[in-house]
Write a new protein. Structure first.
Length: 265
């Protein structure tokens, strides 16, 4: 009997056209979680994140920034905001090319697994909306229903690869026959553990690595409203979350760092 296979997808700029968590900045501000100033910074950070990406040092600073920002947030409030607004916020951001790929992998009998450094309060509902079989996401520490600002599990860089290998050991995936998709050089380890890696809208460094290793490079350019253009598979009530919790995103620290460099120049 052949072993099961999977298609592993990064989320931000691979499945959707923005940072998944920063996409909710306005809604978090309306819900009283962040200030208007922080919301406006996040809006600009979306532009910087989309055009510039983030290397390891920047991502480490973002992790610290976002974990401190969400300290004290009420977990139930975050989940309610995401649940109530996900259709209007996320659906128009999903790349049609990504959904088509998922459909093709499903037709070939492969599981769909989303692997993201963003928090599962955001990633898991998106996974359900897209009919994903499993989700790997960052988990923030929760005490008395609130985020403490500490991170229990950070699904980033080498940890993404370890999570995929753990799934392969527990589920039985044949990684040599599995696929992976990402836009960032920080996910090179994730791409290396499968037999069929693809660079999607790659940053400069990942594009260089993809060319060196002869990995296919894909260009996703058509964000669409799913329910208007593409049948959305039914959400799976048994969606497996490897890590639940958190609100780690990319962007605000890039903006702050570039602004500071501009002032120092």
């Amino acid at each position: 009997m052949p072993r099961p296979t999977a298609a592993f997808f990064d989320l931000d700029k691979t499945i959707i056209a923005k940072s998944s968590t920063l996409a909710f900045s306005r809604e978090f501000q309306a819900g009283g979680l962040i200030s208007r100033r922080a919301m406006l910074r996040s809006a600009y950070a979306q532009f910087v994140f989309f055009t510039g990406g983030a290397d390891h040092d920047q991502m480490d600073k973002m992790r610290a920034f976002m974990s401190q920002l969400c300290a004290g947030w009420d977990v139930a409030t975050v989940r309610d905001i995401v649940t109530e607004t996900i259709t209007s916020i996320v659906e128009p951001l999903v790349y049609a090319e990504a959904v088509t790929l998922m459909d093709e992998h499903r037709a070939a009998g492969r599981d769909i697994v989303i692997v993201s450094a963003s928090g599962a309060e955001v990633v898991e509902p998106i996974g359900q909306m897209l009919g994903a079989d499993r989700v790997v996401a960052t988990r923030m520490e929760i005490v008395d229903g609130k985020y403490t600002g500490n991170i229990d599990y950070y699904a980033y860089a080498e940890e993404k690869a370890r999570a995929i290998e753990h799934l392969a050991a527990t589920v039985g995936y044949d990684l040599a026959e599995s696929f992976a998709y990402s836009d960032s050089v920080t996910d090179v380890h994730m791409l290396e553990v499968v037999g069929h890696p693809f660079a999607v809208n790659p940053d400069k460094e990942l594009r260089r690595i993809a060319v060196t290793h002869d990995w296919p490079v894909l260009s996703f350019v058509r964000p669409v409203a799913l329910r208007r253009h593409i049948p959305v598979p039914p959400a799976k009530p048994t969606l497996a979350a490897l890590a639940v919790g958190g609100a780690v995103a990319a962007g605000s620290v890039i903006w702050a760092n570039r602004k500071r460099r501009g002032l120092e120049a």
